[in-house]
Design a protein. Structure first.
Ligand code: PEP
Ligand code: MG
Length: 572
């Protein structure tokens, strides 16, 4: 008698909504290890030619994928092509082959690894997500140089279990009707997750599935909204997942109706939900989800995609975001890079999150700062009254004065050159370091607006590294201390009559958004995927109810009490 396979329940981080019912298909990411290998002078030409062939082969393959991909996926593959053809990487590989007599495989491996180290040292979560892409390009290039080629033999109905997935593999997978993806790694900002969201593929990350010996072909169901996975589910569970699937599809349909509704609470009070934008591939979602423009444009992406960082490139890049925002405003944040690593001046920062980051780096790199300020002012001339500038990582009041001094010099230069700009463009600051929340009243005298960054505010207040998986349970944006700092910030802003918004992830939790509205913060910016669920809750409650919720939250002593209040509010 064959034994019935054992049912196994797993839980991970919900990354892309939707329900999948299918068969396990394990994507092996065989780890490539390469030992140093020296070649004779006579082989140098041959190895250089192998490299060029491999680049040509992959460029062609990526370009073909780009042509068949949707617009957002095509933009991601375009970024892959830029890395693949990065002149500095090519120079390094050539030098290693020609001058150090390294084999082509080792030259690719070591040059890419140096590049990856630079990215990892930046300490930024989204940049670390990008290393998955670079590792994948490295390995594909090595395989191509060795004339090996792996094919994907996945079929319709598969639920892909992988360690991590590169964008090019994701695009190949999107051509097959897969039911879902389960990944060990890959943060919520990884390209694989972004693509899953835009393609509507359910995805769960942070699942350590390898020790469970799950077999290829096992029956599996997953819910990308709750992070639940069941391998070998019993028939009752399969039925319940079918029901969840039906509900999900209904919500998607209803959600699209919510996108066109006015931003008003049940009692008619207005609020604004704006988009946090990091990648150009997110732009179509600004209008699709009915966002009121962009409340936070993270500009660090430019540093990753373009090594040359001139004013014209920036204006063009920012303009594409403004164009995608209809008639609404766009808040451009100055670079919040985690150090100088991306600027080719590698220095080890022992503790990057407490180090040379955001405005600290910008004030030391006044050329870079001035070029970005100039680009934003030029943008304000092209789109009058629609552009705001936001300064990241302010921890001392005088940093605001210093940046504003650079702004005034740029304004003078533009005026002298008769270049149009908006002299009244608002200059605001991120409130994400506790020192500034504590001194909000004084900071409000210097800034035109506040944008509260709850991600960093949480990590700096609770002493919890936001990127460290081992302590992720301690990363608690709903901690009462964070609500106290938000309240202080709002009170300080009110003393000087400046607007306050929240752009950290907290705003994307529907009940937290309701509580913020109850505190009088009606301008929220969030990942576009969250807009519809937040809007749905806000439209279904009165301001009175939200004020009551915020009063209760103010009295809470533990995060648990706040979670309970939010759960009850959402159930009402
Ligand atoms: C924040 O810290 O909350 C924020 C929005 O900025 P980032 O996540 O880019 O650091
Ligand atoms: Mg921040």
């Amino acid at each position: 008698m064959t034994q019935k396979p054992r049912t196994c329940h797993l839980k991970g981080i919900a990354a892309s909504a939707g329900v999948g019912i299918g068969k396990v298909w394990i994507l092996e990411n065989s780890k490539i290890t390469v030992r140093p290998e020296k070649i004779d002078d006579s082989e140098v030409e041959n190895h250089l030619a192998k490299f060029e062939r491999a680049v040509g082969f992959l460029t062609e393959e990526y370009s073909e994928l780009k042509n068949i991909a949707e617009a957002d996926a095509a933009a991601i593959i375009e970024a892959q092509l830029l890395i693949l053809n990065d002149p500095e990487l090519h120079l390094s590989i050539h030098q290693k082959i020609e001058q150090e007599n390294d084999s082509v495989v080792y030259a690719i491996f070591s040059s890419f690894n140096e590049y990856i180290k630079i990215i990892e040292a930046s300490g930024s979560e989204w940049l670390n997500d990008r290393t998955i892409d670079v590792v994948s390009i490295r390995d594909q290039l090595i395989e191509a140089a060795e004339d090996k080629k792996r094919e994907l033999d996945v079929s319709d109905g598969a639920v892909v279990f992988a360690s991590e997935i590169s964008p090019t593999v994701m695009v190949k997978l999107s051509q097959i009707k897969i039911e879902g993806i389960v990944m060990r790694r890959g943060g919520l900002t990884s390209h694989a997750v972004i693509l899953c969201q835009s393609l509507g593929i359910p995805c769960i990350v942070g699942v350590e599935w390898r020790p469970l010996n799950i077999n290829n072909g096992a029956n599996v169901v997953l819910d990308g909204s709750s992070g639940e996975i069941v391998v070998w589910p019993d028939p009752v569970e399969v039925n319940s997942y079918r029901e969840r699937e039906r509900m999900h599809l209904m919500h998607v349909e209803q959600g699209m109706k919510i996108a066109v509704k006015p931003h008003k609470t049940k009692c008619g009070s207005e609020f604004s939900l704006r988009a946090n934008v990091e990648f150009l591939e997110e732009l179509p979602r600004i209008k699709a989800y009915g966002a009121k423009g962009v409340g936070l444009l993270r500009t660090e992406t430019i540093l990753f995609q373009k090594k040359e960082f001139n004013v014209e490139d920036q204006v063009e890049y920012y303009s594409s975001v403004v164009d995608a925002s209809g008639e609404e405003a766009v808040t451009v944040r100055l670079f919040d890079a985690g150090g100088d690593k991306l600027l080719d001046e590698v220095e080890e920062d022992a503790n990057p999150f407490l180090g040379w980051r955001g405005v600290r780096m910008l004030l030391d790199k006044s050329d870079l700062l001035r070029r970005q300020i100039e680009a934003i002012y030029r943008l304000s001339g092209l789109y009058p009254k629609r552009i705001k500038m936001l300064i990241p990582m302010i921890s001392c009041i005088d940093e605001i004065d210093k940046v504003k001094h650079h702004c005034s010099i740029v304004r003078e230069q533009l005026a002298e050159s008769n270049i149009p700009f908006d002299a009244e463009m608002a200059i605001g600051i991120m409130v994400e370091v506790p020192s500034i929340a504590l001194m909000a009243e004084m900071a409000a005298a210097k800034a035109d607006f506040f944008s509260i960054g709850t991600n960093d505010l949480t990590q700096y207040t609770l002493a919890v590294d936001r990127g460290n998986e081992k302590i992720s349970s301690l990363f608690e944006p709903l901690h009462p201390a964070i609500w106290k700092l938000i309240k202080m910030t709002k009170n300080g802003a009110d003393k000087h009559g400046i607007p306050v918004s929240v752009c950290g992830e907290m705003a994307s939790r529907p009940a937290a958004a309701a509580c913020l509205l109850g505190m009088g913060i009606k301008d929220l910016s969030m990942t576009t995927n969250a807009i519809l669920s937040v809007k749905s809750l806000l439209c279904n409650h009165t301001l009175d109810e939200m004020e009551q919720l915020s009063r209760r939250v103010n009295r809470a002593e533990t995060p648990g009490e706040i979670h309970a209040l939010f759960d009850a509010f959402q159930r009402e």
